[in-house]
Structures are given as C-alpha cells and as structure tokens.
Design a protein. Structure first.
Ligand code: ASP
Length: 343
C-alpha cells in the first residue's frame, strides 16, 4: 500500500514562535526549525511536505482573504495529499475552522488544525504532542482506504473536535478548546480512539471550494443595562444585512417594549436576525419562556446550539453565495456541515 502523504500548512501562531530579543516578545520563526524540533514526525510511515504563509501571522491578524488563501492551498494540493494539517494560532483557530468547514464542501480528506499554548522550542511545550497527533489523525485510514476523519477538525490537548463546534475557552491551559455541544470525534491516550458514530462520512462528490464570503454581519451581545442607542446602532446599522444576537440562556432577551420595537424594525427592514446562546453549552429554544417567545415573534430565528464562531462563518458563507433570503432562512434551519443539532 502507498504511504499516506500529508501537507502541513504553517500559518503562524505560538507553536512556531520564539522570543525575539530585539522586540522583547514572541515572534514567528521559519518552518524548517519547527520540523527540527519534532524529529518524531519523521518516524511516521507517511510522506510529510510543508508550505508556509509568507509572512507568517499571529492569528489575531487572520481575515477572510487569508481563509481564501488557505482554502485555495488545500484545493490546489487536494489530489496530491491524503490529508492536511494546518498549524494556526489558537486565538482565532475556531473562527478559521468554522469558516473552512463551510468553504470546503464535499470533503473526503481530513483538514486538521492545531497549534499550541507554548512555543515548540519551550521545554514543556504542548506543540509536539499536538502536531504529532494531528499528523497521525490526518493520515489515518479505514480498512477500505478512505479517510478516518474527512472533516475540518481541531486537535488540541488530548481531543479531536469538529472545528465548527469548538470555542477557545482557556488562555493558559493545554486543554484550550472545548466542543460543548458535540462529544469529541476522537480522544488521544495510549492510542487514538475514534468516536466513529459522529464522524461525518466522506463525500463521493468532488470537492467544491467557496471563497466568496460576505462579512457584513454583526453581533449584538445582550446584557443588563444595554441602551436603546447601542441596540439601534447594531440592529439598524445600514451596512449589516444580518445580526447574530447573543441571547441569555435558552434564547431569552429583555421584554421591554423599546427593545422589541427595535428588533421588529430590523426584521421588517429585511435583516436576518439569528439568536445564539451566551452560555457555553446548550441550545436556543425560544418557545420555553415568554422572554424568548417575544424575540421569536419579533422576527428572530433560532441558531440552535451553534457557537457564535460557527454562526458568523455560516452567515458569511450564505450571504457570500448569493442566496435569496428564503434560501438563507432554510439553510439556517438545517445542519450544513454538522454545525448544529436540530431539536
Ligand atoms: N496570539 C497567538 C495566535 O493566536 C496565540 C496562540 O497561538 O496561541 O497566533
């Protein structure tokens, strides 16, 4: 059997940084040095090649044009590799994984993002284990030769998680990410145990890559004391055809008339309004309380158990693909890439 071939795409992030004495802060260093720090990966029975972003970036600087670059790098190399490992800063890794999950349709190969909390050259780095496990997962095949994990996923700490279900929850711990509403796709211990029943099936259709994203989406986080001016600016802003409303609990928001009036005005102006929950885990169910019902009647759709990151990416993708409002409504009510659990 042929050896698996893996393409490592290095975008930047802590994993490949070291302290630059001149700047006095962590700065990216070149990729060959990363590989030198992890001789373990040459022991895998797979061919590993790499390409790097130029310039390398701290992931706080990620933007849709770089998601496009990443998606095109994957498309252009898709037939030559069995899987892809993307080294990425942790700060925005969940946003990138969510965006890629929508941009890459009909995946039949793994796209595994990873990074680290400590640079790979640091004595207690988590980067080596993350990288080694991500490569092993990207190369893993089923007995019929198809990919074990044909999804965009994040490996971090000890778990493989569906990318569009993740959120960064800790700025210091080695378990920096959680997938609060979907169990891990795999757990790494002595061996890697796959949770096969929830891993998406490989697509038989050819890969389709969508790079046109419409980023005119804003986010309104409800909080006690929020003022009419703030709500009006975000919900009625002229440049935002869609707003994600981060609601309390299971989709609740204030019942004050001024608040619901502004929501109604936004809905009747044709804006797409979607509610997600501020809670780390759980789902929106606007029929549970009168406070949620008010929002639903005012024109807000349920975002179910979507993370904010995944909903942002989904709306960028839906609006970027030129769909009609009805098509967008229907797409928001279904799971397109495993990003929501319908109730
Ligand atoms: N600021 C870094 C980044 O996101 C943090 C990290 O990689 O953990 O690029």
């Amino acid at each position: 059997m042929n050896k698996s071939a893996i393409l490592l795409i290095y975008t930047g992030g802590t994993i490949g940084m070291k302290t630059d004495p001149e700047v006095g802060a962590l700065c990216p260093f070149d990729f060959s040095q990363i590989i030198r720090e992890v001789p373990e990966i040459s022991k895998f029975a797979c061919r590993i090649e790499s390409i790097a972003f130029d310039p390398l970036i701290d992931s706080s600087d990620i933007e849709p044009s770089l998601w496009e670059k990443l998606a095109l790098m994957i498309r252009d190399n898709y037939d030559d590799y069995d899987g892809f490992v993307v080294l990425h800063g942790t700060d925005t890794m969940s946003y990138t994984a969510s965006a890629l999950s929508f941009m890459l349709k009909n995946l039949s190969k793994p796209v595994i993002l990873t990074g680290s909390q400590l640079p790979i050259g640091a004595p207690r780095t988590d980067g080596k284990e993350n990288l080694v496990s991500a490569v092993e997962i990207a190369a893993a095949k089923r007995p019929d030769g198809s990919a074990m994990v044909p999804e965009v996923a994040i490996f971090f700490g000890s778990r493989l998680m569906r990318g569009n279900r993740t959120t960064k929850v800790n700025a210091e711990s080695f378990e920096a990410f959680q997938s609060p509403n979907l169990p891990a796709l795999a757990e790494a211990g002595i061996s890697i145990r796959y949770n096969d029943s929830i891993i998406l099936k490989p697509s038989k259709a050819p890969l389709e890559v969508y790079t046109s994203l419409d980023t005119r989406v804003s986010i309104l986080k409800i909080h006690p004391g929020i003022t009419p001016g703030v709500v009006r600016n975000i919900l009625l802003g002229s440049d935002t055809p869609a707003v994600i409303i981060e609601t309390y609990g299971s989709g609740n928001a204030p019942t004050k008339p001024w608040f619901l009036d502004i929501v109604r005005q936004a809905a009747s102006a044709g804006k797409v309004l979607v509610g997600v929950t501020q809670c780390l885990a759980g789902t929106v169910n606007m029929d549970l309380y009168a406070t949620g019902k008010g929002l639903k009647e005012a024109g807000v759709l349920s975002g179910y158990d979507s993370t904010t990151e995944a909903m942002l990416a989904k709306l960028f993708y839906l609006f970027g693909s030129g769909r009609s409002k009805e098509e967008i409504y229907s797409a928001l009510g279904r799971s397109m890439r495993g990003e929501i659990t319908l109730i």
